[in-house]
Write a protein that binds this ligand. Sequence first.
Ligand code: PEP
Ligand code: MN
Length: 354
Amino acid sequence: MLVVMKAQATQEEIQAVCEHIEQLGFRAHPLPGAQRTAIGITGNQGEVDRGNLEALSGVAEVIRVSKAYKLASRDVKEEDTVIRFAGIGNHPDAAIGGRNLAIIAGPCSVESREQAFAIAELVAASGAQFFRGGAYKPRTSPYAFQGLGVEALRIMAEVRERFGLRIVTEAIDNETLDLVAEWADVVQIGARNMQNFSLLKRAGQLRKPVLIKRGLSATLEEFLMSAEYVMSEGNYQVILCERGVRTFADHTRNTLDLSIIPAVRRVSHLPILVDPSHGTGKRDSVLPMARAAVASGADGIMVEVHDHPEKALSDGPQSIYPGQFAVMMDELEKIAPVVGRNLPRGIRIGAGAA
Ligand code: PEP
Ligand code: MN
């Protein structure tokens, strides 16, 4: 159920409607939009009696939301969600969603301070505003590199200060969620955890943006229901990320499903990024798919970059070289205006040098 407030409704009226909903034993989710505020109601098993709600002051109408996902739906919030990040030092503000494309770049895993700093410097020089790096790695083999853990989080905190890059890193369970939330700007929930509902609920209790990667075989509705889990707990800062799904095709690691971008944008207000690294598993496919993702309406790209991919402790074959990342940024900057977007390049430390 959704309560649509009148455009001129006051904060007091919105508050009173929320309190009324809570008194009925439900949860109220006020979602301000450009024209008016809508209040989502969750926690109800059946129909909520709309009569009483419609009589409250400031209420325009009460609508039944028929889709399984509610807070993630455009029925509840018409405008695209834009997640904003304050500037770091003299580095400008950043956003995920809206007109500006968001670029998240860095290694699959943080392997050492030297490695993280070298890659961060290069991606910052090309204008990335977000740095990715795994501290806790969900690996298929228990014998593969599992990540440096807290040490990696500390290294990335230094990267943040030194290069003005916001940190995106994955939490793999409840324990690492608290640590990641303490250090990172965006908490990543990986593809393998997309339906770890207890982890999603806990991420919903954070007041930090959460980036959810599409599960290996998740449908659009299952993907949006994962976002709904986080939002139903009161955290509305959710970012979706397409990263390929498992199919019979074996020329790539996964099949990047770019057709989900317009599908998501049609039914949800949440930003959607594309990860062409995991989506293809092949370095040579990353740039073409990044171009296609932006052309298809993605809100940004998450990409793995490594200065020595042949020595990488994880995902070397799909990691692009810093030089390729620079080319990717130049290309995306040109494609962006064709689809009504802009690629902000941040403060490009070292840019123009040599
Ligand atoms: C990653 O981003 O490094 C990662 C493990 O991604 P995914 O969960 O999409 O496999
Ligand atoms: Mn990886």
